[in-house]
Design a protein. Structure first.
Length: 173
């Protein structure tokens, strides 16, 4: 009897350790300071070589901008206005903006290599330490926003619509 009980216990423990990835795909999440943060609204847009990845919930928004993106590349934040992370939060109907522009903040966005990407989706990691866009307009006591261990996984990419050029009527060679 003991033997069957131990086998049943082992089987239950193995099943309970299984992680259900389908419930977390796609995902955009990070540690905000020491608190786990997950987006409930996710989008990625590609246009003219630039990539914009957005994760948001009801009051917060993180946006990652990458100019001329390539799979497998790491982009530094805080060095230029070309690759930037922004954070906005609404508190008492007032919006506060934080950023890693050319002279503020720091971090990186790293895209997974092409062989790890899924067709039409984007995955990678990020770290961003952002400061207020306007130091006079910041959440009280929140002079730096830190997102670490950031992950975006299998976020569908939206491409701009391609318009077909009109063919002129009565066109003759």
């Amino acid at each position: 009897m003991k033997k069957y009980f131990l086998i049943a216990l082992a089987a239950v423990s193995l099943v309970s350790c299984e992680e259900e990835l389908s419930t977390n795909t796609p995902t955009f999440e990070a540690q905000k300071g020491y608190t786990f943060w997950r987006a409930t609204k996710i989008a990625a847009n590609f246009n003219d070589g630039d990539l914009v990845i957005v994760g948001a919930n009801d009051t917060e928004n993180i946006t990652l901008f990458i100019e001329d993106f390539e799979f497998g590349k790491e982009y530094s934040l805080g060095d230029s206005n070309y690759n930037v992370a922004t954070y906005s939060v609404v508190v008492d109907d007032k919006t506060y903006l934080y950023s890693t522009s050319s002279t503020t903040g720091k971090g990186y966005i790293k895209l997974d290599p092409a062989e790890k990407q899924e067709e039409g989706k984007i995955s990678g990691t990020f770290y961003a330490e952002m400061v207020p866009v306007d130091p006079a307009n910041m959440v009280e006591g929140l002079d730096i926003v830190n997102f670490n261990k950031g992950v975006f996984f299998k976020i569908p990419i939206k491409y701009p619509a391609v318009e077909n050029p009109e063919t002129p009527e009565n066109s003759q060679p």
